[in-house]
Design a protein around this ligand. Structure first.
Ligand code: HEC
Length: 144
């Protein structure tokens, strides 16, 4: 940018004095000073950066297929594997059946709020609703 400004000043100072050198320095100036040329020069940096940002954001919000299983094992199994405090045990039909009447949305709402010895979000405060839903789907008896 500095170089262009210097050129601009240089060109303006020499204006009106016809000589080859003026033509040369002004000629040099006209091309890179066009709007398109400037945009072209600053564009790649900006677009690469913003694309990178989008990719990074997508990576952090994207849940893997095993997110439910991973979350269950890391957070919920502590209580739900053995039924601590009356927690419905992992994929246990008898434990889950009465709770499943409210549907996955109903169970999700209860899990988010907490209930009795079940802490809100099962202690996973950073979990999104989607992640909790995937985890519940993994914990309940699987359809055969
Ligand atoms: C500290 C122990 C504990 C942890 C950790 C825990 N739970 Fe629970 N959970 C319970 C207990 C106890 C209940 C039974 C609550 C009741 O019915 O009074 C329960 C019930 C539930 C229910 C059934 C709610 C309903 O509809 O009645 C769901 C769904 C659930 N937990 C999901 C989860 C998920 C998902 C996690 C992990 C992110 C988790 N829990 C972690 C103890 C726990």
């Amino acid at each position: 940018m500095r170089k262009i400004l210097t050129l601009l000043v240089h060109c303006a100072m020499l204006l009106g004095i016809p000589s080859l050198s003026i033509a040369a320095s002004c000629g040099q100036l006209t091309e890179p000073m066009t709007k398109e040329a400037i945009f072209e020069r600053i564009k790649p940096v900006g677009s690469v950066e913003s694309e990178g940002g989008v990719v990074a954001a997508a990576v952090t919000t994207e849940l893997s297929e095993t997110a439910g299983e991973d979350r269950y094992k890391s957070t919920c199994a502590v209580c739900h594997a053995t039924g601590v405090g009356g927690a419905p045990k992992f994929r246990n039909e008898a434990d889950w059946k009465p709770r499943m009447d409210v549907g996955i949305d109903g169970m999700l709402a209860i899990a988010i709020k907490g209930k009795g010895s079940m802490p809100p979000k099962g202690t996973c405060m950073q979990c999104s609703d989607k992640e909790l839903r995937m985890t519940i789907e993994y914990m309940i008896p699987q359809k055969k």
